[in-house]
Design a protein. Structure first.
Length: 125
């Protein structure tokens, strides 16, 4: 699978997770926003960025890149997210685990090793 397909899988799991817990899920049109979905429950809105954390044999852990990437055949780019770009980070891993982390509580802005012990409290079922 390529990175786009893995990202699509993560989005599917995130939507399923939020819908099954009574949230309304809204999808913005296009890729202009730094978040992937907006979720609403009890009149509270949250902007959610969704990432897939692939398995790194080098580190024996699941890692997710925390940047906006794009480009074409001629060039590529990567841009870091700002602290106010979204409210929640939803991460789906190659180990089929899900994590929801308040974005402002993260001090890492490049790459996240999600299955490290310090993030265990953000794991959801």
């Amino acid at each position: 699978m390529n990175t786009k397909e893995r990202g699509d899988i993560a989005v599917g799991f995130a939507i399923s997770y939020f819908l099954s817990r009574g949230h309304e899920v809204c999808l913005p049109i296009g890729d202009k926003r730094p978040y992937d979905v907006i979720v609403e429950k009890d009149n509270n809105l949250s902007r959610v960025q969704i990432k897939y954390a692939g398995y790194s044999t080098k580190k024996n852990r699941c890692q997710a890149g925390l940047r906006i990437t794009g480009g074409n055949q001629s060039y590529t780019y990567a841009k870091k997210y700002n602290s106010n770009d979204f409210d929640l980070l939803f991460v789906y891993t190659a180990k089929e685990e899900c994590y929801i982390i308040p974005w402002k509580s993260l001090d890492i802005r490049n790459e996240l090793t999600i299955d490290a012990e310090k993030y265990r409290r953000y794991r959801v079922d």
